[in-house]
Design a protein around this ligand. Structure first.
Ligand code: AMP
Ligand code: ZN
Length: 510
């Protein structure tokens, strides 16, 4: 029996396919070193990635979607390379103060006050909206989506440790991180390329209103004002945790004190990520993250899209065309294609012209994919499919260069047209390899969808309802009104309304 089990194991090993990551060398631009580095995960075959999620006090705008999409594609590529990937993206539902500072109102509490809602109603509303948008734009859900309010205990524990290490101090029920003290043994500002002396020289002195020892210190815990609803008990006061702390708590809880990748938008580098590093180093003595990744901004009229300035487009407006900037509606895949035509570290400016052009490109790609289904095989190949496929990998291996990948996919489109014209030929094995690679990169890695499929579903719906309309007419002609009413009423419960007119019966879908 033992021998049998051994040989079965051997066989399993032999038949188990070699993971793709063993055949590719991925390079990632690390914001910490300012260089592209060969990616080597801490645990072979596994990737741990944390990305700062949205602050759920209003609808996400298209700029936010771009950053999350950059990491969606990165997540997709890790999965494609056969890495076992744990992707943690949080929901910030407390602690993010207006203007990203320490003094003032919590963004969610402010919205709740203005709209006369419970803070958790605000959180629920915009979390649901966030999920709906990401679904519509074909995002993969992260492996874990923790909330800041769900991790208050963990945050309090970290504060206790930072105080024990002498780097945190309490003042009037709030707790602050002593940046100057931390900087004596560590380097505060390493990620954003700053140094504490410059920072101290360039900031105004504290005006006596603040409990901080130095203006660079940041809040780990804030004592809540009497009217503040979002509050939790702690050893220092009834209050709430600081924004930077929540990401330290949630990332280390699910990925460990030392993990592979931490991402977010470029604007989070300082102070948010700098403070995260400081908290981790103060707490554990080790730097938390091997590769820091920052996605660049989506701009509109050359200015950063932002919730606070109103200079933004909502993702839903893209789908409905309901914004004066837009000449018409665009599908989610077109918006995805538009964004992925730029590298994630480049600034991308949104304009109607640019997305109209992207739509043309996207359609050309989808048309070619449909044509590909009709290509017939030959005995010999005239195209080196392996080399072309590797060029697609090379693009993604070069710090997830999606614009270069898209250019390679258009090389593929060129091949499809030549194959269709009989000017190039592929063997059965090569055609299979080529088709598989085109599908994998377009649909699995870039996350595009063929909207023809939804068009064809619409055709099916129309055909089915027209058939029911005809059956209802026959029932009526036979004076079987029970059946004709049943058809009409059941369609209503499905959100399909029949309208009888002179020209016959039509329908609308709610
Ligand atoms: P927030 O909800 O404000 O914390 O932002 C969520 C994410 O969107 C963060 O990673 C931000 O860096 C990112 N972000 C904010 N504005 C833009 C923008 N205009 N373009 C791209 N990403 C953005
Ligand atoms: Zn964060």
């Amino acid at each position: 029996k033992k021998i049998e089990a051994e040989s079965r194991k051997m066989l399993l090993k032999k038949t188990k396919k070699m993971p793709l990551y063993e055949t590719q060398t991925l390079k990632i631009y690390n914001s910490l070193s300012g260089e592209k580095e060969t990616f080597k995960p801490i645990h072979e075959g596994n990737v741990g990635m944390y990305v700062c999620g949205p602050t759920v006090y209003s609808n996400v705008h298209l700029g936010n979607v771009r950053t999350f999409m950059s990491f969606d594609v990165i997540f997709r590529y890790f999965l494609h390379l056969d890495y076992k990937t744990r992707y943690v993206r949080n929901i910030t539902d407390v602690g993010h103060i207006v203007d990203d500072v320490d003094e003032g109102e919590d963004k969610i509490a402010k919205k709740a006050r203005l709209e006369q809602l419970e803070p958790m109603e605000v959180v629920q509303r915009y979390t649901v909206d966030f999920h709906e948008i990401l679904n519509a734009f074909n995002f993969l859900p992260p492996s874990i989506e923790p909330t800041a309010t769900g991790h208050i205990i963990e945050q309090i524990e970290i504060i206790k440790t930072i105080i024990d290490k002498g780097i945190g101090y309490e003042a009037n029920g709030s707790v602050y991180f002593d940046v100057v003290k931390f900087n004596k043994t560590n380097h505060y500002g390493r990620l954003s390329g700053r140094n504490i002396e410059d920072m101290l020289a360039n900031t105004r002195d504290l005006d006596g209103q603040s409990d901080k020892r130095n203006p660079q210190d940041f809040a780990l815990w804030k004592k809540a004002e009497p009217q503040h609803i979002m509050r939790w008990p702690s050893p220092w006061s009834d209050g709430f945790p600081g924004w930077h702390l929540e990401c330290t708590a949630m990332s280390t809880k699910y990925l460990g004190n030392h993990f592979d990748i931490h991402g977010g938008g470029m604007d989070l580098k300082f102070p948010h990520h700098e403070c995260e590093i400081a908290q981790n180093e103060a707490c554990t003595g080790q730097t938390p993250v091997n590769y820091w990744m920052h996605a660049n901004m989506l701009t509109l009229n050359g200015k950063k899209m932002a919730k606070s300035t109103g200079n933004n487009i909502l993702p839903r407006e893209i789908l409905t065309g309901d914004n004066t900037i837009l000449s018409k509606a665009f599908s989610a895949s077109v918006a995805r294609f538009f964004m992925l035509q730029a590298h994630y570290r480049s600034i991308l400016d949104f304009s109607d012209d640019a997305i109209v052009a992207a739509e043309k490109g996207y359609k050309r790609l989808m048309e070619a994919m449909n044509l590909l289904k009709q290509i017939t095989v030959n005995t010999k190949s005239t195209i080196d499919v392996q080399a072309w496929q590797q060029s697609c990998y090379d693009a993604m291996n070069d710090d997830f260069n999606t614009p270069i990948l898209i250019a390679q996919l258009f090389e593929g489109v060129k091949y499809i047209n030549l194959l269709n014209d009989g000017k190039e030929a592929l063997s059965a094995a090569d055609l299979q390899l080529f088709t598989k690679a085109m599908n994998a990169f377009i649909f699995d890695v870039l996350g595009l969808e063929d909207e023809k499929e939804s068009d064809s579903n619409n055709d099916k719906l129309e055909g089915t309802v027209n058939m029911l309309i005809e059956m209802r007419k026959q029932a009526r002609d036979n004076k079987n009104f029970a059946l004709s009413d049943q058809i009409r009423d059941q369609l209503i419960t499905l959100g399909i309304q029949l309208k009888d007119g002179k020209e016959g019966t039509t329908f609308s879908v709610q």
